[in-house]
Design a binder for this molecule. Structure first.
Ligand SMILES: [Zn+2]
Ligand SMILES: [Zn+2]
Length: 335
């Protein structure tokens, strides 16, 4: 009998499912790819065949203008891959369409989480705890210092700042896939029904979310606003890269905000000249990472994609078999 999990191999550019010759979130083009979600560090173009949820494939088609070799798999559906491997896509609660991938081969069950979070998110299906023999978890915020506050608290802070400055606008930097739509949906849930203005780079992804059934309310483009006065007292969303560029000069004295788990780190907020840091993350924080490992309760855990060492130490302290993987090319898009 071969060693446990010898059929699944972490390589620097992705996880290789050897009997199926299939790769999970490969960082380079391959013949056959299983993709957990649409963020650019996981979903690259150019694969021969891309197996992913229908929403992830729609996101990839929007970003790469190609739909070649796309094979949709719905949540809960199991497909057969070559070499006697079965794959099932399970919700990961990270962004629209995001999935954990459950692999079944030779009597061993492996779950690769991709990115995930445990907080409720009105824009995507919630993370499902799935029993397995090997759990491959992300660790983007794998340090005890990372605790994300409740999102309702951050949204309330944003709305209070807006109300205190009716002559200004609040400009929120948010990643185009996931973060922007979640911030909008949470603003709506908090009762903010005013128009929300968008940088043009966020428009298509917001429309895609709406097509997939996520209501975002009255969205307008900054480019369509008749002038600065129309933007006073409004919330404006833009990609983080636009926060400090010339584009923002058309706004009325913007209060610069940014929605990211990294806003826990003051230095990061200062680097971006962020006046109003909003700690809003689509990744599990330290408490959620450790709770998830405890709930899944796998005989073995592999840790990847972030701060592996602290989580590895936590596993060892709790008598859990664990190992840190060194994958490259994952850059926290949409943190
Ligand atoms: Zn992601
Ligand atoms: Zn990621």
């Amino acid at each position: 009998m071969s060693a446990p999990f010898s059929w699944i191999r972490p390589e620097p550019w992705g996880i290789h499912v050897v009997p199926a010759d299939c790769w999970i979130d490969p960082a380079r083009p391959v013949a056959s790819a299983l993709v957990t979600h649409g963020h650019a560090d996981h979903a690259r173009g150019g694969h021969g065949r891309t197996i992913a949820t229908p929403a992830t494939l729609a996101i990839m088609a929007l970003r790469y203008q190609t739909h070649e070799g796309a094979q949709p798999v719905h949540y809960g559906e199991t497909i057969r891959l070559p070499g006697g491997v079965e794959a099932t896509f399970v919700p990961a609660g990270h962004v629209l369409g995001s999935a954990q991938i459950l692999l079944d081969h030779a009597g061993e069950r492996v779950v690769v989480t991709g990115d995930y979070k445990r907080r409720p998110d009105p824009t995507c299906a919630p993370f499902a705890v799935t029993r397995c023999d090997l759990f491959v978890t992300e660790a983007t915020f794998g340090l005890p210092v990372f605790t994300h506050p409740p999102i309702a608290q951050e949204i309330a802070t944003l709305l209070a700042r807006l109300a205190a400055h009716p002559d200004r606008c609040v400009l929120v930097g948010a990643y185009a896939l996931g973060k922007a739509q979640r911030v909008i949906a949470e603003l709506r849930a908090a009762g903010h029904s005013e128009p929300i203005y968008l940088h043009g780079a966020l428009e298509r992804m917001c429309r895609l979310y709406e097509e997939w059934g996520v209501a975002l309310g009255d969205l307008r483009l900054v480019a369509d606003a008749p002038g600065k006065d129309a933007l006073r007292g409004r919330i404006v969303l833009c990609p983080p890269s636009a926060l400090n560029d010339r584009w923002s000069r058309r706004l009325p004295d913007p209060i610069t905000a940014m929605a990211s788990g990294w806003m826990r780190v003051r230095q990061r907020a200062r680097q971006r000249n962020v006046e109003l840091p909003l700690i809003i993350s689509d990744h599990a924080d330290w408490g959620e990472l450790t709770r998830t490992i405890a709930e899944v309760d796998p005989p073995e855990t592999w840790i990847t994609h972030g701060r592996e060492e602290a989580l590895l130490r936590w596993c060892q302290l709790h008598q859990r078999r664990a190992r840190a993987l060194a994958l490259v090319g994952y850059e926290d898009e949409g943190d």
